[in-house]
Write a protein of this length. Structure first.
Lengths: 155, 213
């Protein structure tokens, strides 16, 4: 029997606290925490901007795709990536071995400011996530009767 | 595997369509995208070459309320089938929850089918996962073409592990059994995480079962 690791409402509040502080200081629009498989763990900020699920999948891919490039210059992987647009930009940095933080920001701030505050935000998040992994909670399980039967998706 | 977020009441599952080059993985996702209500899905994102070959992956997010009280997001990915892109396939397989293996029914593709299936097992092994632990179903695609192998033969080649899995005769271009396979793998992975862990209760009747003699 498998269970799904669970973030309680309190865990989410802890993560949101770190992200709120980070967005305020860095004057960014949106921060998304994802695992390296592309799953969204938590998000904070202007969520109307885009489809966060797609951003997460593409960001995880982008991060992974540069790993080989990093290896060619003697690194294990890059700790941070920056994609510069005309008006909107994306900055991504490692939180821990399995987790990435994506920051979306516009012309109201600078990449330097985002980069500066992202370091302390990442280390704050790493602490929260480490605490979660050390917890011995059973995770999330559900009963088979909770599952909608048969045809989940209709043709 | 994802983390469940109790604050947003969301669970995410990752399903990967795997198989040899040009077997119809992207066509599967395109068909699903075209048939599902836009309120319940996101955009189909394709990272393809100019010649429409998948370079990195295709991605389609689907929303459903399948577990009482929770929004469930199914993230559908394809891998690039071409042999040289193995590193990319390993990346896409990271934290996968369920797999649809798309086999090409044409006689001349049998070797590629077997190679791709072996490649899937090897790539899962690199994540310390085996197919025995992984919810997966088989599709025998392109059943509308004239030069196809019989289902019995495909079963012999691809479905001869100790634990037999559900398999489907599929025509991904017209959508035949595309949803049957998606529903089957979704049910398998949901039941894997459910409390009783009821092993592989078939959700839909298998379409392409081999004839026993």
């Amino acid at each position: 029997m498998d269970s799904i690791p669970a973030l309680t409402i309190e865990d989410v509040a802890n993560i949101d606290g770190v992200l709120q502080d980070y967005l305020q200081k860095s004057e960014s629009d949106l921060a998304v925490i994802i695992d390296k498989g592309g799953n969204v763990i938590s998000q904070y900020g202007d969520l109307e901007v885009m489809d966060v699920t797609i951003i997460a999948a593409l960001a995880a891919g982008s991060f992974a795709a540069t790993k080989e490039l990093a290896r060619r210059i003697g690194e294990v992987e890059f700790n941070a990536l920056y994609h510069q647009g005309n008006g909107s930009h994306i900055f991504m940095n490692s939180v821990d071995d399995d987790t990435i933080m994506i920051t979306v920001f516009g012309g109201q701030t600078t990449v330097g400011l985002v980069r500066f505050y992202s370091t302390s935000a990442a280390s704050g998040l790493a602490n929260v996530l480490r605490g979660l992994r050390e917890k011995t909670s059973p995770g999330f399980q559900f009963s088979p009767s909770d599952i909608r039967d048969a045809h989940l998706f209709e043709n | 595997m994802s983390i469940i977020n109790y604050a947003s009441k969301e669970i995410q599952f990752k399903i990967v369509y795997y198989g040899p080059a040009l077997c119809g993985k992207t066509t599967n996702l395109a068909y699903i995208h075209s048939r599902i209500n836009p309120d319940n899905r996101g955009d189909l994102v394709s990272l393809a070459t100019a010649a429409d070959r998948t370079l990195f992956f295709d991605f389609l997010p689907l929303n459903a309320v399948v577990i009482k009280g929770f929004k469930t997001k199914f993230q559908l990915y394809t891998v690039p089938g071409q042999v040289i892109y193995n590193a990319t396939r390993q990346l896409v397989l990271r934290s996968v929850d369920g797999i649809v293996f798309v086999g090409d029914s044409q006689w001349e593709k049998m070797e590629e089918n077997i190679d791709s299936f072996k490649n899937l097992e090897e790539n899962l092994a690199k994540q310390n996962v085996t197919l025995d632990d992984m919810p997966y179903v088989l599709q025998y695609n392109k059943r509308d073409l004239p030069n196809i192998a019989p289902v019995n033969y495909l079963e012999f080649l691809l479905n001869n592990r100790k634990k037999r899995v559900q398999s489907f005769e599929v025509v991904s271009s017209t959508g035949q059994n595309v949803f049957a396979a998606l529903n089957a793998v979704s049910q398998l992975l949901l039941h894997k995480f459910s409390r009783d862990s009821d092993p592989a209760r078939p959700a839909t009747a298998p379409v392409a079962l081999p004839r026993r003699r």
